[in-house]
Design a protein around this ligand. Structure first.
Ligand code: GLN
Length: 319
C-alpha cells in the first residue's frame, strides 16, 4: 500500500519532470553490443504513467518503440509462474546478485542455480521452464513466444507490439556470453531443453519493440494485485503479484538494485535498451525510456525522471 497525501497534479508533475531531465538529456552510454541498439538517438526521452482506469499521462517520445530488452524478464516470469507455479523456484533463487546482469562467477559456486529470475542466467532458466510448459524444444519456444506476444497485445490493447526479428538475430549473433551461461547451467542439469531452443525464445523476448505508453499499460496488472484493472483479466494471483514485485525491488537493476530502491523506492526493472518499468502498487505503472545507461545498464535520464516523479507524487512502498 502506498501512502500519497493528495491527488496528483499531473500537468505540474510532468512539467517538473521535464525541467529536471532537460539538462541531462543525452547523458550516459548507449548500449553498443549490437548495431540496432548502438544507432539509437541518445537524445530520446519518453515517459508514460498508466493509472487504474487505464488513464495515461505521457511526456516526450512516449509513443516511440524501443527495445524492451531485460524488462521482458518480468513478463516471462509472470507467464511462467502462471503456467507452472512455484516449481520454478527449485531452479532459480530470489536473492539479489550484486553482480552485472551477465555475470557467470556466482553460477559455479552456486551449482548452476542462478540467484534470481531477473539476471540473464535466471531469465534463461525461466524461459527454459516456460518453453517446457508449451511442449519444449523449438516448437515449444515458438508457441510460448506467440502466447507472450498475444498477452502483450491483450494487456496493452494494442496489436502494434512486435518482436523485432532484426534485433533478435543480432542478439543471437552477439550471444556468446548468454550461450556460455546456458551451457554452464546445462552442465549442472539446470536446463531441460536444448540451449539453442531456449535461447531462441530468450533472444526473441528481449527483442520486443514497445513504446512507453504500451509498456505502462501492459504492466498495469502488476499494480493491481495481478489483475488488469481495466479488463478484469487475472494474469497472476495476488500472492504471486506481490512476490514478483518483491523480486523486482530486490533484483530489478542488477548491481544497481540497492541504489535504485534508495532513490526511487518502488519496484522496477531496467533494460539495456534504456527502458525502465516501475510499479506503484494500488496507483499505477510508469514506463520511461532514454537510451544512455549507467555502468549497471540502467537508464541515467530515466532514473532522474523517476526520482522527480516520486518526489512529485509522494509514491513509495515505504510509506
Ligand atoms: N539482451 C540483453 C542480454 O541478454 C539483455 C540485457 C539487459 O537488458 N540488461 O544480454
Amino acid at each position: 500500500m502506498i501512502i500519497a497525501d493528495q491527488p496528483v497534479d499531473w500537468a505540474r508533475a510532468l512539467e517538473s519532470i521535464k525541467t529536471s531531465v532537460n539538462p541531462h538529456i543525452g547523458s550516459g552510454k548507449v548500449a553498443d553490443y549490437i548495431p540496432a541498439l548502438a544507432c539509437v538517438d541518445p537524445n530520446k526521452f519518453g515517459l508514460a504513467v498508466a493509472l487504474d482506469r487505464g488513464d495515461m499521462h505521457c511526456l516526450g517520445d512516449a509513443d516511440e518503440s524501443f527495445s524492451m530488452q531485460s524488462i521482458s524478464k518480468v513478463f516471462t516470469l509472470a507467464l511462467t509462474l502462471k503456467q507452472i507455479g512455484d516449481e520454478l523456484w527449485k531452479r532459480v533463487g530470489r536473492e539479489p546478485s550484486g553482480s552485472p546482469f551477465n555475470s557467470i562467477v556466482q553460477l559455479e559456486a552456486e551449482q548452476g542455480i542462478p540467484r534470481n529470475p531477473l539476471i540473464n542466467a535466471g531469465a534463461i532458466v525461466t524461459t527454459d521452464h516456460l518453453i517446457s510448459a508449451y511442449g519444449g524444444g523449438e516448437t515449444g519456444a515458438d508457441q510460448a513466444m506467440a502466447d507472450l506476444l498475444q498477452l502483450f497485445h491483450r494487456l496493452a490493447d494494442d496489436d502494434n507490439i512486435s518482436i523485432d526479428r532484426h534485433v533478435a538475430k543480432s542478439e543471437s549473433d552477439a550471444g556468446s556470453r548468454n550461450r556460455a551461461l546456458a551451457h554452464f547451467m546445462t552442465s549442472f542439469a539446470n536446463m531441460a531443453n536444448p540451449v539453442e531452443a531456449t535461447l531462441s525464445a530468450y533472444f526473441r523476448h528481449c527483442s520486443l519493440a514497445i513504446s512507453c505508453r504500451q509498456l505502462a499499460r501492459a504492466a498495469l496488472f502488476l499494480a493491481f494485485d495481478g489483475t488488469d484493472p481495466v479488463t478484469g483479466e487475472q494474469i497472476v494471483t495476488k500472492k504471486r503479484c506481490r512476490r514478483i514485485l518483491a523480486v523486482m525491488m530486490s533484483s530489478g537493476h542488477y548491481d544497481n538494485s540497492g541504489d535504485f530502491a534508495y532513490r526511487i523506492g518502488l519496484p522496477g526493472k531496467s533494460g539495456v535498451g534504456g527502458g525502465i518499468l516501475v510499479v506503484a502498487p494500488d496507483h499505477g505503472t510508469i514506463a520511461v525510456w532514454s537510451p544512455g545507461l549507467n555502468r549497471a545498464g540502467t537508464s541515467m535520464v530515466g532514473s532522474i525522471a523517476l526520482e522527480e516523479l516520486v518526489r512529485q507524487t509522494g509514491w513509495s512502498v515505504f510509506g
